[in-house]
Design a protein around this ligand. Sequence first.
Ligand code: HEM
Length: 376
Amino acid sequence: MAYLPPGLRAWLITSYEDIEFVLQDPRFRKSIDRAMPLFAAHSSGGAEGTGGGARSSLLYDNMANNDPPEHTRLRKPLNATFTARSVAARRDDIRRCAHETLDAVAGSDSFDLVQDFAFPFSISVICRTLGVTDEDRGTFHGWVQTITGDATPEALRRDTGSMTEYLRGLIRARRDAPREDVLSHLATSLDEPEAVAQAYALLAAGYETTANLITTGFLTLDAHPVQRDRLWADPTLVPGAVEEMLRHQSPFNLSLYRYVTEEVRLNGVTIPEGAIVFLAFAAANRDDCRFDEPERFDIGAPRREHLAFGGGIHNCIGKHLARLEVIVAFETLIERCPGLRVSESAAAHEWKASPTFRGLRTLRVGPGPVPGREAA
Ligand code: HEM
């Protein structure tokens, strides 16, 4: 969803206090119609440097890139699906997804936690949330990776076009024959281009971050073996551990863009009218003015006031679903893979090149000693 064009001159806000301020201040806005010319004006490559028409296509005209009243109208049809209560009612279904995904690999000597578990599981959940069949998930995963990654303009245009057509087909089918799913809510409450753009926002934002947190969370636990063993011995600690992973690992490490409608003074610095601004959520979550010993990772004392889900009116609509997915993922790993360990060296870790999403491309894991059993 986010893209930092090469040559773009933008402002980066890094402290917890300043980011909290920006998230609540209506002078920081997101309307894509006004933002595109500003992107072109602040890029050394002009409009082409921003990705040209491909990025201003209909897919981007979603809630994440709009201000009130459009933002409120676009977000409304989705609110009921993503409340804490509606999401909690899906726990069994999400648990089933996790077990089915793990069935394929749990008996193996070693597997890739990213490609064999975290991604297929998160994609399965978002597919079921929207009402997309599991068979299509590989196809749209490829498109989303191109669109949210660092693709060439041609690849971007090609995959944006394919994704738009694909979503349009689904929305049309739901408008003619609505079901009990998110695509049907969108199809019946918004016009077609709006419904397509909203479905895209959910797909683009709705699984990569979650999958990344499962793997970076696991990697962090592996680097803290005492806490890992404590967690594996007492799964009631999982919700708190996930909260601390969110703060410590910040899978959405850099915000989507904002621009300022007028000159703003922020902590003694003047940001000029029309400037493009990004918020470094990962930096805020390790800000030592806000958190004591921010580098410390402690599953028993999670710092819940993190900004991993953003804040203000654009706070993450999927936060309850994301939390539940990651909780269920760890509960399932604890239940099915008692001694699971990272089985590659830190030098082998390959991180994705995205400015926005912090995640690993692969993470090899395999069986290790089961905590408590060695002593028996
Ligand atoms: C651990 C997983 C996740 C993290 C860390 C995360 C983080 C975030 C953050 C930081 C924002 C705000 C960006 C900004 O203000 O620039 C955001 C917005 C959003 N997220 Fe998430 N997200 C996660 C999972 C999900 C899921 C599962 C869904 C969908 C089911 C989702 C859908 C969205 C949407 C649609 C927005 C835009 C909301 C708006 O503009 O009103 N996210 N997310």
